[in-house]
Design a protein around this ligand. Structure first.
Ligand SMILES: Cc1cc2nc3c(=O)[nH]c(=O)nc-3n(C[C@H](O)[C@H](O)[C@H](O)COP(=O)(O)O)c2cc1C
Length: 197
């Protein structure tokens, strides 16, 4: 079993990437093979100019293709997911996420954009063939902090929701390599986060 993480923030001290790394560590502790990918792993001109036939895009597609599950994190930018992440997703094959379990993670300045995962990212993941999208994890800036020295602080509530989602993902990819369909459950996500939608 192999899992790829895709960090969609351009920020050096990224909150969403911190959540993603926490998830990756938990999966490693369960013995899963994790490969990490970020926006800086692809030359920016290839992203901006959409070099679909370039070497970086080919390497990206090969890595995603070999993964059983994909964890994707993003900041909320202008009420949606980041443009950098969209540029990466645009380099993937048409059905690149078919048959894979996908866990979306986002951080935003405000709880008001909790639904950005649902109306912004989820349709794009579906267009890429994803049919097994786990309940996403959304946290606000007050719930995740990254100190100047890189130390990460995650509120207990967010940590618990993230750990639960990660455990569900590993349960689905570990036993038989067969995935179970789970609807993206926004009601549960909203309740767990204590936000009104
Ligand atoms: C250009 C820009 C646009 C943003 N737009 C929103 C927004 O529409 N809604 C929101 O809740 N937060 C917004 N934010 C705040 C970020 O989503 C928030 O700080 C997030 O945690 C950053 O994640 P990162 O540290 O992983 O980059 C914006 C931040 C930036 C830099």
């Amino acid at each position: 079993m192999s899992i790829i993480t895709l960090a969609g923030s351009p920020s050096q001290r990224s909150r969403s990437s911190a959540l993603l790394r926490h998830a990756a560590q938990r999966l490693r502790a369960r013995g899963l093979n994790i490969s990490e990918l970020g926006l800086r792993d692809i030359p920016s001109e290839e992203l901006i100019e959409g070099h679909y036939t370039g070497a970086a895009a080919a390497a990206l597609r090969a890595r995603v293709s070999s993964a059983d599950a994909v964890l994707i994190s993003t900041p909320v930018y202008k009420a949606s997911f980041s443009g950098g992440l969209k540029a990466v997703l645009d380099l993937l094959d048409e059905k690149a996420l078919a048959g894979k379990v996908v866990l979306p993670i986002a951080t935003g300045g405000s709880p008001a954009h909790l639904l950005a995962l649902e109306y912004g990212l989820k349709p794009v993941l579906s267009a890429l063939g994803a049919r097994h999208i786990l309940a996403g994890v959304y946290a606000t800036d007050t719930q995740v902090r990254v100190d100047d020295d890189g130390q990460v602080h995650i509120d207990d509530d967010v940590r618990q929701r993230l750990d639960d989602s990660v455990d569900r993902l590993s349960d689905q990819v570990l036993p038989r390599g067969i995935v179970v369909n789970e609807a993206f459950d926004l009601g549960r996500l909203a309740l767990a986060g204590g936000f009104s939608v």
